[in-house]
Design a protein around this ligand. Structure first.
Ligand code: NAD
Length: 473
């Protein structure tokens, strides 16, 4: 069997041979991704169910359709994305062709996490193909059924000399990272991201980090509480809370707590019935280790469990759980919860909500629920985050027109749609000059004289639209 090195060398030879560069080839491979999904929908649903007990509905929305939409969006725009971008010129370059050429980077490595194990591999792959790269895919070993399915299907549908799946856990990934790639696209935790950056450093490989963090949800001012509860509960308990953009905790005025709890109770019963454990619409923790971690946070919490709280390790089940009387130093506020546990914290003013968020790492998502556009705008303007959505959760990441990525500790770089194409492309500055206008060029050659400098500055200086600035002549 081929080792990591041999696979990488094979892909590199294909890339250097120019195979992935043409639009027709890229289209063919993007169509192959679409076909892979269409032909194997049942197997995908089954794999996600085995890994996360993910309800079919959630798999269709968050793994299948999001990937198909990205692939179809790329197919719709491919040729226009590939076009050179012409830039404005000055007098000295008036007769030159000055443009940005989008070039593929080479052989890229895409490392995925387990919570949306198909999406976080195939959506970056769509971008890498659209941009004309070869790619090695390293799905998460934690979601083993999806990992196995990807390893089986990718070589069946895509060009094996340009795209390969390599399986394994931390040790195999560390070995893989000793090789030189032209880009590393990593989705996962902040802790592992540090290893990725260290591994990228010797080769000076550019890295995209799609990470997580604690995404706050601020509820403030006038509010339709039942609607807010439904939107909040959906975003929080989708995939049993294991979403990078799930609302991690709620910040609200003390007066909202009781009505919100009452509405959340009604909502959760509507969503999952009286026994969420029996519901086919509710997922599970991905593995024992992950169950232990969330259970540990819950056990150490000083908060009061107001809804849920029961769990069963055998079944990797944790009920949709809401806690109140939680303060900033609570165990649930130490790290990203990444499970179906929602702490509600109270704050006396909108200013203190903004201060609270700004004391922490910049989150991947920030949510504000309010009927007041002033409240929404205040939080939008005063606190930073990877993405922002008012009066809902998670839906901001479904549009290929919006960039998806973190800021600060929640990640670096972005993808989806054109943003993904740009991430996997080098924007090469190109100036094609002819041999004319040598009389103008003479201005910059020695012997340097004051008149030549004045003429040169006149031909190259950018004048301001408002007319401000000194005349160089
Ligand atoms: P994980 O354990 O599956 O790890 C991610 C990948 O890193 C896997 O492929 C794994 O094999 C590899 N890996 C693990 N240890 C490694 C090491 N020491 N060196 C090199 N590679 C290693 O997933 P996770 O890290 O538990 O993922 C959960 C995190 O991912 C959460 O923080 C979540 O918010 C984040 N996430 C972010 C996004 C996003 O798009 N921003 C999407 C999904 C998940």
């Amino acid at each position: 069997m081929e080792g990591q090195k041999e696979v990488l060398e094979r892909l590199r030879r294909s890339f250097e041979g120019g195979r992935t560069r043409g639009a027709k080839y890229r289209r063919g491979q993007l169509e192959a991704v679409v076909k892979l999904i269409h032909d194997n929908e049942a197997a995908i649903l089954e794999a996600l169910h085995r890994d996360l007990r993910k309800p079919h509905f959630e798999t269709v929305m968050s793994e299948i359709d999001i990937t198909l939409n990205e692939a179809n969006f790329a197919l719709n725009h491919l040729e226009s994305w590939m076009q050179p971008e012409y830039v404005s010129k000055n007098l000295a370059t008036k007769f030159d062709d000055c443009f940005i050429r989008k070039e593929p980077l080479g052989v890229v490595l895409i490392i995925g996490a387990w919570n949306y194990p198909l999406q976080v591999i195939l959506v970056p792959l769509v971008a890498a193909i659209a941009a004309g790269n070869c790619a090695i895919l390293k799905p998460s070993e934690v979601s083993g059924a999806t990992e196995k399915l990807l390893a089986e299907l990718v070589p069946k549908y895509l060009d094996q000399d340009c795209y390969a799946v390599l399986c394994g856990g931390a040790e195999e990934t560390k070995d893989l990272l000793k090789n030189r790639f032209d880009h590393i696209f990593y989705t996962g935790s902040q802790a592992v991201a540090r290893h990725i950056l260290l591994a990228a450093a010797p080769h000076l490989t550019p890295v995209t980090l799609e990470l997580g963090g604690k995404s706050p949800c601020v509820l403030w001012g006038g509010l339709d509480i039942p609607s807010a509860a439904r939107r909040l509960a959906w975003a929080k308990f989708f995939n049993a809370g294991q979403s990078c953009v799930a609302p991690d905790y709620v910040l609200c005025h003390p007066k909202i707590v009781e009505p919100l709890l009452a509405a959340l109770k009604v909502t959760l019963e509507e969503f999952y019935g009286a026994q969420p454990r029996e519901s086919p619409h509710y997922g599970r923790m991905v593995a024992d280790r992950h169950w232990d971690r969330v259970k540990g946070l819950l056990e150490r919490s000083q908060g009061r469990v107001a809804i849920g709280g029961d769990s069963d390790k055998e079944d990797r089940y944790i009920a949709p759980t809401v806690l109140v009387d939680v303060d900033e130093s609570d165990s649930l506020m130490e790290e990203e919860i990444f499970g179906p546990v929602l702490p509600i914290l109270t704050i006396p003013s909108l200013d203190s909500a903004v201060d609270f968020i700004n004391r922490k790492d910049k989150p991947l998502a920030l949510y504000v629920f309010s009927e007041s556009s002033e409240v929404v705008t205040t939080v939008l303007e005063r606190a930073s985050s990877g993405g922002f959505c008012s009066n809902d959760g998670m839906v901001q990441m479904t549009l290929p027109g919006l960039p998806f990525g973190g800021v600060g500790a929640s990640g670096m770089g972005r993808y989806h749609g054109r943003w993904g194409f740009d991430t996997f492309s080098h924007s090469r500055a190109v100036m094609l000059r002819g041999w004319g206008l040598e009389r103008v060029n003479v201005l910059r050659y020695p012997p340097y004289t004051p008149p030549r400098l004045s003429w040169l500055r006149w031909a190259t200086t950018i004048s301001r639209k408002d007319g401000w600035g000194c005349s160089v002549m």
